[in-house]
Design a protein around this ligand. Structure first.
Ligand SMILES: [Zn+2]
Length: 285
């Protein structure tokens, strides 16, 4: 038995080893990083921070923008803890000012604009600053005629900012409308979990929506629905594979294949755009 003689469970030294939340297999952290945070035993895709995600896809070829914008507490909100304290916790835990990282980088041969939400910062929720930065990323893509990738992982709109966070749904969606007018592609990558106001705005507005395997992607989560309709939901309901079968997402792609898949998709779209430009169908600005 893996117990100490005293009967106390041996603790895992922090930073060196990690435990798979699904099968509880203990994995050497360096091995886990090499395997893109996929459990070598059960194949579970562990959560990845925004910066780790960007590093996985772009390596060092990334220049962050607007990193210093900080959230405020306009409603002086407090429930179980004051919002201000929750923000400070998130900042301390992640080293980020807010739950999203945006910037420009190189994905294979293609320059892209990328935004990635970080679930570790208040559940990746969208308040005014997250919405503003996502919008800035979209506007930056239009300005520089670059394609856009947003990686979503979020509990939804941030309730501590009330209506101000709901505004962000409309704002980001409207900005994506302008991106579409500029005929620039937007790929939305949804990873576990993506829910609420983020699902109901930019996460589901991708020209192509790519999901990681077995990710929960939903507006209201399964528990809420079951309690509302008083019925048991089918197996795998709201998971990527189910959503693919029902037309809610376009592709389910293994983490190891993500980079290649995104390079191919962006290559296809940008080539089509170049052809439109050359045939005069798309005017230069
Ligand atoms: Zn596992």
């Amino acid at each position: 038995m893996p117990f100490h003689e005293s009967g106390k469970k041996k603790s895992v030294p922090e930073g060196l080893w990690a435990k798979c939340p699904k099968c509880e297999h203990i994995i050497y952290n360096k091995e886990l990083d090499k395997n893109l945070k996929i459990c070598s035993k059960c194949g579970h895709n562990m959560r990845v921070s925004a910066r780790e995600r960007i590093a996985m896809l772009l390596g060092d070829a990334f220049k962050e923008i607007a990193s210093m914008i900080e959230p405020e507490d306009p409603l002086r909100f407090s429930d179980t803890a004051p919002y201000k304290n929750r923000l400070e916790d998130g900042q301390r835990k992640t080293g980020m000012k807010e739950a999203v990282v945006i910037g420009e980088g190189q994905l294979g041969p293609q320059r892209i604009v990328v935004g990635a939400l970080d679930f570790g910062f208040m559940g990746g929720s969208m308040g005014s600053v997250v919405g503003e930065k996502v919008t800035m990323a979209i506007e930056y893509a239009i300005e520089h005629e670059l394609p856009l990738l947003i990686v979503s992982s979020s509990g939804g709109a941030r309730m501590q900012e009330g209506i101000l966070s709901l505004f962000q749904m409309a704002k980001t969606s409207a900005a994506l409308g302008l991106l579409e007018k500029a005929r620039l592609p937007y790929i939305s990558l949804v990873v576990d979990p993506t829910t609420g106001g983020v699902t109901a705005s930019f996460a589901m507005l991708g020209d192509i929506i790519v999901a990681e395997p077995k990710a929960l992607v939903a507006f209201a989560g399964p528990r809420v629905i079951e309690q509302t309709i008083r019925q048991t939901l089918p197996q795998g309901f709201q998971q990527s594979e189910f959503l693919l079968k029902h037309g809610m997402v376009d592709l389910v792609v293994e983490r190891h294949q993500l980079k290649e898949t995104l390079i191919r998709l962006f290559g296809f779209f940008m080539k089509a755009r170049k052809n439109m430009r050359e045939s005069g169908e798309l005017k230069s600005r």
